[in-house]
Design a protein. Structure first.
Length: 203
């Protein structure tokens, strides 16, 4: 047996790490497992619904966005208003006739007056009635809207007009549409023509 003493090298870093881990676990709060209900089956976990692009969070109900339409007048209110309007219109006509005795009584406004008013408006918007020597002022978009109004009038009154009224409306609508086609053709041709070069010496 040898008398040479034996030395054992112990890595203290290992024990120090274990001690620090045990100390950290001791300081951490203990989380007790959630008690399970007896005979509890599987539970379905539904994720919370998040608003998509089609349903914004701050979207207000449709009823709150659209303004409420005013209630329609009652039959009695309409009758009283019509009576007051007729009386006021008669007073105005009496005043005008007193200042112009030769004017005579004005005929009542009928369906043909409405059609004629829209016809005149459409033709003026397309440049009709321009004085000679002046450049016509054309409102082609306004003319199109007026012509479309005549079309709506023809559609909505179908079956409710007498022969004369229906013939007048069809004739007027045909004439304004033809004038519109001629005018738009001229505008298209002018837009497609190349610009003329300036004469020599004017550059």
């Amino acid at each position: 047996m040898s008398d040479t003493p034996k030395f054992e090298v112990i890595d203290r870093r290992k024990f120090k790490a274990e001690e620090e881990q045990e100390a950290a676990q001791a300081q951490a709060p203990k989380l007790e497992p959630e008690p399970m209900e007896p005979h509890a089956g599987p539970r379905l976990v539904v994720p919370e619904s998040k608003p998509g692009p089609e349903t914004p969070v701050d979207a207000a109900p449709k009823e709150a966005i659209e303004p409420e339409m005013p209630s329609a007048p009652t039959t009695e209110e309409s009758r009283e208003q019509k009576s007051a309007y007729d009386a006021s219109a008669q007073r105005l006509e009496d005043l005008v006739r007193a200042q112009n005795p030769a004017l005579g009584a004005q005929p009542p406004v009928g369906f043909e007056h409405l059609v004629q008013q829209l016809y005149v408006s459409a033709m003026i918007q397309m440049g009709a009635g321009t004085q000679e020597g002046q450049r016509p002022r054309v409102d082609i978009l306004g003319a199109r809207q007026t012509i479309d109004m005549l079309g709506v009038l023809a559609e909505k009154t179908k079956g409710n007009l007498n022969d004369a009224e229906e013939r007048t409306l069809e004739t007027v609508l045909f004439e304004v549409r033809m004038a519109f086609l001629e005018l738009t053709s001229m505008i298209t041709l002018q837009g497609m023509q190349p610009s003329q070069p300036p004469p020599p010496g004017k550059r």
